[in-house]
Design a protein around this ligand. Structure first.
Ligand SMILES: Cc1cc2nc3c(=O)[nH]c(=O)nc-3n(C[C@H](O)[C@H](O)[C@H](O)COP(=O)(O)O)c2cc1C
Length: 209
């Protein structure tokens, strides 16, 4: 008989599985090579169709149940989230053999301390994309980056960037549900946690994978 691989401590432990979720998500913020660094973020469009795109995870605050992404305040996803604040975040970590699905309500934060700090700590190159003249997703009659000609291939100065500050927004996801799937030859493990607002705590249970 084939010997089964050794199993992690969280395998049959709901509490440790929950710890592992946040360990993977938090590592995604700082470790650019982690699959959690660029999750798929899902919204719903006006027709009810799910829309997914890759976004860079900028912050994960476990105690506040909050994930932070950065985006253009004029983007299609921002408009979708203003109509329907529900969002999903999907991570697959092949090394950990773990799929994590998070969902919750979002807040598109254009101004205030969080958005200001997020703006000022981003590199000028990262912020250059907010200098696009028309909103992201606007049809073009020729191929283009959408940026003004004078900034093509150049790093903008702080003063130049400041004129485009209104195009920047922090997208905050307040996590309400978490799903975990751990793949193992010995048998998969699946768990789900729901935020209980009344109790102010997470309620978790195992599920059939
Ligand atoms: C590796 C990678 C990282 C990306 N990071 C972001 C990001 O942090 N924020 C963002 O708004 N778009 C990011 N994008 C672009 C989005 O995937 C998407 O194409 C764009 O935001 C337009 O989406 P929307 O039309 O749904 O608003 C990234 C794309 C890739 C491929």
């Amino acid at each position: 008989m084939t010997e089964l691989n050794s199993l992690p401590a969280h395998y049959d432990d709901l509490k440790l599985s929950f710890e592992a979720v946040w360990g993977i998500v938090e590592a995604g913020v700082t470790n650019r090579h982690s699959p959690a660094h660029m999750p798929a973020v899902g919204t719903t469009d006006q027709t009810g169709t799910p829309q997914l795109r890759i976004m860079v995870l900028r912050a994960a605050l476990r105690d506040a149940r909050t994930l932070r992404f950065h985006t253009d305040s004029r983007s299609i996803k921002a408009e979708q989230l203003r109509q329907n604040a529900a969002a999903g975040v999907l991570i697959y970590d092949p090394a950990a053999k773990v799929q994590i699905r998070l969902s919750g309500k979002t807040n598109i934060t254009q101004y205030g301390d969080v958005a200001d700090a997020a703006w000022s700590t981003s590199t000028p190159f990262a912020r250059r994309c907010y200098m696009a003249e028309a909103a992201p997703g606007t049809p073009l009659d020729r191929p283009s980056s959408g940026l003004p000609d004078w900034i093509q291939g150049k790093q903008p100065e702080e003063e130049q960037l400041s004129q485009f500050r209104a195009n920047f927004a922090a997208l905050l996801v307040k996590v309400e549900t978490i799903e975990w799937l751990y793949l193992a030859n010995a048998g998969h493990r699946r768990a789900r946690w729901q935020w209980d607002a009344g109790q102010g705590s997470w309620t978790g249970s195992w599920l059939v994978p």
